[in-house]
Design a protein around this ligand. Structure first.
Ligand code: C2G
Length: 137
């Protein structure tokens, strides 16, 4: 069984995330997603709308995902790869090159991001809508 792992915050789940997970799963038979905990997101400087438990529940419901684990630190990847006997590590190509050190332990694949969507864009667009609604009231 070929095992794949990927890491991320996965806040405000959108089709860019789904595209990544679908392609990641196509590289093997079993996909593990390590979701950044609330505490790790603070270290990453990310403020989430959904809590870890809510983000975990959403990602677990995706047909391509077989297991969700916690991402508590930058340093856990090698241990995860060993513990789960991972064959392939996958990330979007905004991370290209950043995890090449994992090539000593498994295949490393960077996949093209879905360009036009992001959690940040969703938040910005909703703020504009809310702002316009307030003006019209
Ligand atoms: N992604 C994508 N297309 C988008 C947005 C995101 O392919 N339009 C991918 C990212 O490249 C990443 C995954 O979806 O592989 C999750 O994205 P984020 O939740 O933004 O994850 P990030 O904050 O980059 O965390 O240790 C690694 C970090 O935890 C990665």
């Amino acid at each position: 069984m070929k095992k794949v792992i990927t890491y991320g915050t996965y806040d405000l789940l959108h089709y860019g995330h789904i595209n990544l997970l679908k392609r990641a799963k196509s590289l093997g038979d079993y996909l593990i997603v390590a979701i950044s905990t609330n505490e790790f997101n603070e270290i990453k400087g990310k403020k989430c709308y959904f809590s870890f438990e809510e983000r975990k529940q959403l990602v677990e419901s995706i047909r391509y995902v077989d297991l969700v684990i916690r991402e508590d630190s930058w340093e856990q990847k090698i241990d995860d790869i060993k513990e789960f006997k991972i064959d392939t590590f996958v990330m979007g190509d905004d991370w290209k090159g950043k995890f090449d050190y994992l090539k000593d332990y498994c295949q490393v694949v960077y996949l093209p991001r879905t360009p036009e969507i992001s959690t940040t864009k969703i938040k910005e667009d909703l703020n504009i809508v809310e702002y316009n609604n307030q003006i019209q009231r």
